[in-house]
Design a protein around this ligand. Structure first.
Ligand code: DX5
Ligand code: ZN
Length: 223
């Protein structure tokens, strides 16, 4: 693991009337990735965006586009999101699909592969194919909406995953998503998180740039 903690602002909480400007503001402030939440109204109760919007996002930034698919049948949408410019595609292990097939498909398009777990899903659900993925996205809120409260009870899960990765000598990264801010981010980093997704704590602030920098400095200071 390289020691730099990556910060991935989630555009779910951005002002969509000026999405390009929002993305540029966090890019300038040192964002590493841009996290794009895709919801289908089935897997989660909310609806967000599709490949058409991703296509335009791709034109405004060269940062890694980290697509988080909170949808049923992710295999149907790997190709459109890959072609629209995703760099990393994360699906949920709870989606009614064959995870190995989804992984193979994402690889076919040369993209980074991620698998995500809802808070209630144990790590044992993904243990048998962990060696095939590049990242595990641990949800620290119930997926579906931005601005929810971080679940501290997920910290032991991050720690357990970190130990498992070390023990098996795997190379996958740990990403955390939900309620991450300058106080909670560092707690997850201490347990082994490598990538922090942050939506509301960045985009609810007048200066997106200052908000992102505060998360960065808390991680750098305490990490
Ligand atoms: C929630 C999404 C998150 C969300 C995080 O289902 O997957 O990426 O945008 O937002 P905050 O940081 O506001 O909890
Ligand atoms: Zn997300």
């Amino acid at each position: 693991m390289d020691s730099k903690i990556l910060i991935a602002p989630s555009i779910l909480s951005a002002d969509f009337t000026c999405l390009g400007k929002e993305i540029k503001s966090v890019e300038k402030a040192g964002a590493d990735w841009i996290h794009v939440d895709v919801m289908d109204g089935h897997f989660v109760p909310n609806l967000t965006l599709g490949p058409v919007v991703l296509h335009w996002i791709r034109k405004v930034t060269s940062l890694v586009l980290d697509v988080h698919l909170m949808i049923d049948q992710p295999e149907k949408y790997v190709e459109p999101f890959a072609k629209a410019g995703a760099d990393s595609i994360t699906f949920h292990c709870e989606a009614p699909s064959n995870p190995r097939e989804v992984i193979t498909l994402i690889r076919k398009y040369g993209k980074n592969v991620g698998v995500s777990l809802r808070p209630k899903t144990p790590l044992s659900a993904i243990a048998s194919y962990l060696h095939k993925v590049d990242l595990v996205l641990i949800m620290t809120v119930e997926p579906g909406f931005g601005g929810q409260k971080f679940m501290p009870e997920m910290l032991p899960k991050i720690k357990e995953l970190k130990s498992f990765i070390k023990e098996k000598n795997l190379s996958c990264k740990i990403e955390v998503d939900g309620g991450i801010n300058k106080e909670t981010g560092i707690l997850t980093v201490k347990e082994g998180a490598d990538i922090l997704v942050a939506g509301n704590s960045i985009f609810s602030q007048k200066s997106r740039s200052n908000a992102l920098k505060k998360i960065r400095s808390s991680v750098d200071k305490n990490g």
